[in-house]
Design a protein around this ligand. Structure first.
Ligand code: AHR
Length: 649
């Protein structure tokens, strides 16, 4: 059945337009507005193990022994019939004052053949890829008198296979950093493995930090997972909004995203408890966020902590807020300051002398949650300080177009306002035709900084969401499609938009939210239908908006044109259970090249992708013939179609 549907798509031929019936009419006589060149971007925060156990390629979970003060979680004893050891947290013998605990490994019985030590289970397993080099960094010291060898290995969970192993010597009573390369041989990829460090003689060893990295994107040290980066690059993002979301606010003032604690060598980063129920290593810190932008050729949209935290604490505008304003100004200096400035020099010392290009600073996150109503004054204090020092920067208010206009910031005119839209697919179908039509074109620019369609009858924050798959199905992607079409139609005003959350570790316990765009475990990843819908939209967009209206149909869509090439992009979303023969009328062009192409995402509305079936719902590109200014095109049921046409010049 599915193959038949794909065959029908592949054979698509445009027919002559009918006079009546479902119609999509495009006015190509002139542009109705300019498409924002930075319309499509990405939003990120540490949620669902997006970084630790996700994009940040570190493989050791609880690498600095700070995840729990009670026990060394994710670490366990390794021994056999002829060896014995015990492990405990030690808060006295610590590597430095940033890492407040170490792991004491006491081996009471061991020899060369019967080693004992400690193992780490990683983020739901350690991935083993064939013919791959993994790089371990171990900060360790030994008790007096220890003269043995340490063995570092990646081992199958049943203990039968050693995928890679290497010894190191030189443990003394002083803390030292050891670097060990572990090379795997041939074999089948697996996640059913763990990492171990064992000793060949009795003695005590303290571990201050243990890190293991696979090959990273562009081989960057402390870098990113290659497959996830590629998937993001493939979305052609023009910006990255970071570091949150709730993550910038923290549950409390003390657990906000305190950027200064996220820079420098990883052993200088203590990490912090995040608002999503687990601790962050901050291995992916401010500089890594910026490098991530650079790697994707996307501009940073930096959110700064603005004096409100999720559990309700706020700091009123005035002298008490000033240290936080300074913290934000210094953060901006780290991003864009000349290396002669204090924080620009720090960035250079950290490895990036060139300033990054920053244009937008978001002040806080979802400050409509602040019951004290202090945001207007807090915004003003940040806005004034930022504009005084960096007049070129644009400020974003978090009271956006999703909130009643009466609640918006009044004391200043934000350059942009950020609205968040988590809506059911059905709600997006209802609201998208009228979305943004009524907005004042002279008002602040609009950022839709978080949005996603859900296919369930309950919202993402309902506890029933836990029972649903981590990523959405095609029905949700249809909702995403109509909302994206609405934003693109209005992208003279909607300057930026980004889906949220983007990343999810699909292992049990890995996520706190659904739906999410990209799912993964420690070794593989897949895109949801929504991922492909966004890819279809973001990679096929012109720079001029063409006015488009539909008649007698539930199909929604938008049209843009590339002024330089004359290419016209029609985006059409058919939410119905039946196919639709759509009359497409393009006014203002005398002739079109008869051959164009169609990219189609279609299937049953409950079809979805998963680790087991990563490509069940993916776009298919086909050639379309017989195109003219008036033609009929058949959209499959439940489909998103991008038609690419060329005006004859
Ligand atoms: O995207 C998940 C959460 O939704 C974000 O952290 C927050 O900004 C919003 O409420």
């Amino acid at each position: 059945m599915k193959n038949l549907r794909l065959l029908l798509i592949a054979l698509a031929t445009a027919a002559n337009a009918n006079a009546a019936g479902p119609t999509f009419t495009i006015d190509a006589t002139h542009a109705a507005g300019k498409v924002s060149p930075i319309l499509y971007g990405l939003m990120t925060e540490e949620i669902n193990h997006s970084y630790d156990g996700g994009l940040y390629a570190e493989l050791i979970q609880n690498r600095a022994f700070l995840d729990s003060t009670k026990s060394p979680v994710h670490w366990s004893v390794v021994n056999d019939v002829g060896s014995a050891a015990r492990v405990e947290l030690d808060t006295n013998a610590v590597f430095n004052d940033q890492l407040s605990a170490s792991l004491r490994v006491t081996v009471t019985q061991a020899d060369h053949k019967h080693q004992a030590g400690v193992a780490n289970d990683g983020y739901w397993g350690i991935p083993v890829q064939p013919k791959t080099t993994y790089r371990a960094t171990i900060i360790a010291r030994a008790g007096a008198g220890f003269s043995g060898l340490a063995t570092v290995s990646i081992v199958s969970d049943d203990g039968k296979t050693i995928y890679a192993t290497q010894k190191f010597s030189g443990l003394t009573t002083d803390w030292k950093k050891f670097k060990v390369a572990l090379k795997t041989g041939r074999g089948t990829p697996t996640t059913r493995a763990h990492f171990s460090i064992t000793l060949d003689q009795p003695g005590t060893v303290w571990l201050g930090l243990v890190s293991l990295f696979p090959p990273t994107w562009h081989d960057q040290p402390n870098g990113f997972r290659q497959d996830l980066m590629q998937m993001m690059v493939d979305l052609n993002p023009k910006f990255l909004r970071f570091p949150g979301g709730n993550y910038v606010e923290g549950d409390t003032v003390e657990t906000r995203f305190e950027w200064k604690k996220t820079i420098g060598p990883i052993e200088q980063r203590p990490g912090h408890p995040g608002p999503w129920g687990y601790r962050s290593t901050d291995g992916l810190g401010l500089l890594e966020f910026l490098q991530w932008c650079e790697d994707m050729q996307a501009e940073p949209v930096l959110a700064v902590y603005a004096g409100y935290s999720l559990k309700g604490a706020h700091i009123d505008a005035g002298a008490g807020l000033e240290p936080f304003v300074q913290e934000a100004l210094e953060e901006i200096e780290y991003v864009i300051g000349d290396p002669k400035t204090k924080w620009g020099a720090q960035r250079a010392k950290d490895g990036h002398p060139a300033p990054f290009a920053l244009r937008y600073v978001e002040i806080g996150n979802e400050d409509w949650f602040d019951k004290s109503k202090s945001y207007d004054a807090r915004f003003a204090q940040f806005h004034d300080a930022i504009k005084a020092k960096y007049p070129q920067l644009k400020t974003i208010s978090t009271l956006g177009d999703d909130q009643p206009a009466a609640s918006w910031v009044k004391s200043r005119k934000p350059d942009m306002i950020d609205g968040h839209y988590y809506r059911s697919a059905d709600e997006f179908l209802r609201m998208s035709p009228g979305y943004a039509k009524k907005y004042d074109r002279h008002g602040p620019e609009i950022f839709v900084g978080e949005w996603a369609a859900y296919e369930t009858s309950f919202p993402p924050w309902d506890k029933q969401s836990k029972n649903e798959p981590p990523t959405p199905n095609l029905k949700a992607a249809i909702g995403d499609g109509v909302f994206m079409a609405a934003m693109e139609r209005n992208s003279d005003l909607i300057k930026m938009q980004c889906y949220a959350p983007m990343l999810v570790n699909v292992n049990p316990g890995g996520r706190q939210w659904r739906p999410n765009l990209i799912g993964y475990d420690v070794i593989s990843a897949y895109g949801s239908p929504s991922y492909y819908a966004i890819q279809m939209f973001s990679r096929n967009v012109g720079d001029e908006i063409l006015a488009a209206v539909t008649a007698e149909t539930a199909v929604q869509g938008c049209a843009t044109r590339d002024r330089r090439t004359g290419e016209i992009f029609l985006k059409l979303v058919n939410p119905q259970t039946n196919s639709v023969s759509l009359n497409i009328e393009i006014k203002g062009v005398t002739a079109l090249e008869s051959k164009g192409s169609a990219i189609t995402l279609a299937g049953n509305s409950d079809d979805s992708n998963s680790l087991a079936q990563p490509k069940k719902v993916v776009p298919l590109t086909t050639t379309v013939r017989g195109i003219k200014p008036g033609f009929t095109y058949t959209l499959p049921a439940h489909s998103i179609v991008v038609l690419k046409l060329r005006a004859r010049r």
